[in-house]
Design a protein around this ligand. Sequence first.
Ligand SMILES: *Cc1c(COP(=O)(O)O)cnc(C)c1O
Length: 429
Amino acid sequence: MADSRRSVPGTDRVLGEPDIAATLPVLGVELVKRAVHTAQQRARDGEIEPSAVVAATLAELPPSASSVRRVLNATGVLLHTNLGRAPLSDAAIGALREAAGATDVELDLDSGRRGPRGAAAIAALLDAAPRAGAAHVVNNGAAALSLAATALAQDKEIVLSRGEMVEIGDGFRIPELLTATGARLREVGTTNRVQLDDYRQALGPDTGFVLKIHPSNFVISGFTSEVPVSALRELGAPVVADIGSGLLHPHPSLPGEPDATSALADGADLVIASGDKLLGGPQAGLLLGSADLVDRLRRHPLARALRVDKLTLAALEATLRGPRGPVEAALRQDREVLVRRAERLAATLSAAGIPAEARESAAAVGGGSAPGHALPSAAVAIPERWAKPLRTGQPPVLARVEQDSCLLDLAALPADADGELADAVLRAA
Ligand SMILES: *Cc1c(COP(=O)(O)O)cnc(C)c1O
């Protein structure tokens, strides 16, 4: 015992090993030392050989100094709010690296003078949605709504339908967000039905704007009627459309999901959307509309409190200008391809003695987009009891528990992660 204790390599020696030393600039000495101490203790306890301390330290080291962990999304929900919504495109990830240091985010390199912050991201948005006269970017969709309400309707009324009073999640409700800005709500119609005349009767000198909110996480069916933007424009008051998902154009796989270009063409004066839903970009709130309205928002004092980081601007521009990312790829994938992937994965697991079966499955867009729309998908069903070990493994795998099975749905998982998923299940088993 005393011998083996003496032969456990000391902390400084382990820290000096090239593989370990290379991690110090990224992780910092505190984190690395903690991993060394854990490995040394395991050697002292006789759990590992003293010669294995360096390898055990490396295995113990977290991949980054942040506790945020990459997870494998096998839930079948493309935009999972709890998993950070849209996974970014390679173009956006590259842009984040480039923007991480000192940047020209607010400098015109030509003249050497201060330049308009985020001009390149705005230009990319306007190139992608030329119907908009101007655009502005804030921290998220909720920030965009509160900026519009504050700048255009403080001490005034926002006219909106009772069928569009949406709770976005985690107890946050759009009506409460709006009244928190000092605007008053003028509710019209009922939960299931509203007519243009209901809006007309509510308009008056106190009207700030008419708000159309896309019910992005629920559907009402049956005896219903709503008033489209194309009719609301006849009222003569400014029309703000909160479309939620961030589609800039109609999407072939998602009929019924609103998009910014159509809303503007229908007569919306301002369109509000999120950047990290169907657009597939970073968290951001997009405001697209008439130059006059967007300018009022941009110059409002609150705009400074809601402004976005250089990382967001870089990732947003790259999302718009670069090749399509994982969200778009997932929306367009073929069920046959997913079924073949599921069958291969099930065969690998079965060969290792794990009860696994490939199945057709229905995936969802999620994250406040395309409610009720099922995406054709495929999954591998394994026993339900493995959901937790998978979730707490490394990398964590998030599955969907359905009818006493743990479903590994492949719709939201890039194909190049199938091997990693199989390894994770084998380890959990
Ligand atoms: C998601 C959503 C919001 C909130 O946007 P965040 O980017 O999450 O702040 C607002 N309105 C609608 C209709 C939404 O779908």
